[in-house]
Write a protein that binds this ligand. Structure first.
Ligand SMILES: Cc1cc2nc3c(=O)[nH]c(=O)nc-3n(C[C@H](O)[C@H](O)[C@H](O)COP(=O)(O)O)c2cc1C
Length: 138
């Protein structure tokens, strides 16, 4: 299995940015990009995104599990590529459901997780402008 590890800094920035861009595509190649804010680091090569509202994105991931996630702050940013699995039962989903329910309670409107999207990272690129732009980092 191909895997790529995030550095401490890549993980820190992923946790602190407000939202990341999640890109998917249909099996015949129509792209789709949406913002996602309910996101967590699982480990160096795995992230989790909670699905509350995903629609085209969810359909795309079911037929084509290859996705790309880009996040940045200022001029520093990273692009992750990998393959997702979607968990709608089990411990990790239950934990995600509780986390999202609490997030909704704090925000003052109900939120419900429909699933935990687990991304296994296979490639990481930098997206900062300049000489190293687009360079593969892992
Ligand atoms: C800042 C921001 C953060 C968002 N975070 C999430 C999220 O973490 N999970 C989610 O399911 N939807 C989230 N959404 C909503 C989806 O991006 C939105 O419902 C989108 O329309 C889904 O479109 P799709 O049909 O292309 O999948 C967020 C929206 C914004 C503006």
């Amino acid at each position: 299995m191909i895997m790529a590890k995030m550095t401490e800094r890549m993980k820190e920035l992923f946790e602190t940015v407000g939202a990341a861009a999640l890109g998917t595509s249909t099996s015949d190649g129509t792209p789709n990009v949406v913002p996602v804010g309910a996101k967590k680091i699982i480990d160096d090569e795995t992230i989790l995104i909670s699905d509350q509202f995903l629609n085209k994105t969810l359909a795309n991931m079911k037929s084509n599990p290859k996705v790309s996630v880009t996040y940045w702050e200022g001029r520093e940013g990273y692009q992750l590529k990998g393959t997702v699995t979607i968990e709608t039962t089990g411990k990790r989903y239950e934990e995600t459901a509780r986390w999202i329910e609490e997030m909704g309670a704090k925000a003052g409107f109900p939120l419900k997780s429909k699933g935990a999207v687990i991304l296994k990272i296979e490639e990481i690129y930098g997206v900062a402008p300049g000489p190293g732009a687009g360079k593969q980092l892992a």
